[in-house]
Design a binder for this molecule. Structure first.
Ligand SMILES: C[S@@+](CC[C@H](N)C(=O)[O-])C[C@H]1O[C@@H](n2cnc3c(N)ncnc32)[C@H](O)[C@@H]1O
Length: 368
């Protein structure tokens, strides 16, 4: 198996699965040049690893952070154009931009004033939704926007976890108690350093397609992929487990969002009732099925403290059988593993230990 590419860790993401998991599925269920799809692509692990293994790949996610990071790494521009763009941004950083005001008191404690002014300038200037070079610069910025700044000279914030953005009041209290202040970082230099670090290994030559959108609308998002997907490797949001928008609020702010955590921006992140959860997943399969080839494989990593393994298997199998017109054959009934604990410096460990299960299905006879 190829060694880990530095793009995989450009920006961490809550509940991400490792690329080794994807690599195993690719080897087992696909041939080179097959098309692989992930309807909940998160930071783009499935898409990027598939491209690296000479498959074609596409993915979607409803969250802007996921769309930016996964899009950046799966359609990366050349390093030279990224560095050129950072130089250009730095050259146009003028005196007016230097006088920026913190959007809220949190920002005044999280970032040193000159660092914050540079971040605010980038936030205004980067057209990450429309320009692949800006999208890559934005993804690098997201990866260094907050984290353990005592450990990394590129991290821009006062001390915070890197995986999730802690809430403003909580962070400010903690910084106060620990007498921590934000470091001065030269943001353009940090961006250059972090970009160079990511390119120390050449990225995949192939480009993937990542679009921001709802898993249930897969066929509308990717009309060009109808009937072509040979393998889905995915991990849906787990029942009542996390709120991706709230946990990523600072990165979402950088991409143009509100300067404070917003709960339930995307309602599917944290579904609390089992019945709602299964009807959501059924709708997802209904949306994804038009993309599937006549004979294809679906691999799902799924967990959630409120479900037993049996319940997950039954729920998934029934959901698929309700929407697939041909046959649904379970191939693999759940290798289980402990979910990674999210025990960053400022966050308590999850109260209940979680287990994840992998289920594999072969579906046949979808197309007439
Ligand atoms: C468990 S994470 C996937 C993580 C991914 N496997 C990785 O390695 O980064 C689930 C993802 O589903 C996304 N999501 C939630 N509801 C969605 C929807 N209706 N359509 C598309 N994506 C959705 C969340 O934004 C989150 O990124």
């Amino acid at each position: 198996m190829a060694s880990r590419h530095p793009f995989h860790s450009i920006c961490p993401y809550f509940a991400m699965f490792p690329e080794s998991f994807v690599a195993t599925q690719l080897e087992q269920y696909t041939e080179p040049n097959d098309l692989v799809y992930d309807p909940f692509c998160g930071r783009g692990t499935t898409v990027f690893e598939s491209l690296r293994q000479d498959r074609h790949a596409a993915g979607a996610d409803i969250n802007s952070v996921a769309a930016c990071v996964a899009g950046a790494k799966t359609s990366a521009p050349h390093l030279a154009s990224i560095l050129e763009r950072i130089d250009e941004l730095e050259d146009s950083y003028g005196p007016t931009a230097r006088e920026a005001k913190p959007p809220t008191p949190f920002f005044a404690k999280c970032y040193e004033p000159r660092t914050l002014a540079e971040i605010l300038f980038l936030r205004r200037r980067l057209v990450w939704r429309h320009d692949p070079v800006d999208r890559f610069v934005a993804a690098v910025a997201l990866g260094i926007l907050h984290g353990e700044s005592q450990r990394s000279r590129f991290t821009l914030s006062n001390r915070m976890p890197r995986t999730i953005s802690t809430k403003p009041a909580y962070s400010m209290r903690w910084w106060e108690e620990q007498s921590l202040t934000a470091p001065r970082r030269r943001v353009f230099d940090c961006l250059r350093g972090a970009a160079l670090f990511r390119f120390r290994v050449e990225p995949a030559e192939r480009l993937g397609i990542v679009r921001q959108g709802d898993a249930r609308k897969a066929a509308h998002l990717f009309p060009e992929l109808v009937g072509r997907v040979r393998l889905v490797v995915t991990s849906p949001p787990y029942l009542d487990t996390t709120d991706f928008c709230e946990d990523q609020w600072l990165r979402l702010w950088f991409l143009g969002g509100a300067p404070l955590p917003r709960r339930r921006t995307n309602r599917d992140d944290r579904i609390r009732k089992k019945t709602d959860y299964w009807s959501f997943l059924r709708e997802v399969w209904r949306g994804v099925m038009p993309l599937m080839a006549n004979e294809a494989t679906i691999v799902v990593r799924i967990g959630g403290a409120k479900f037993t393994k049996e319940e997950l298997f039954t729920g998934l199998t029934e959901g698929l059988r309700q929407v697939v017109q041909g046959s649904v054959q379970p191939l693999h009934r759940g290798v289980s593993s402990a979910a990674p604990a999210h025990t960053d410096a400022l966050r308590r460990p999850a109260s209940k230990s979680q287990v994840e299960h992998d289920f594999v299905y072969r579906i046949r006879g979808l197309q007439p």
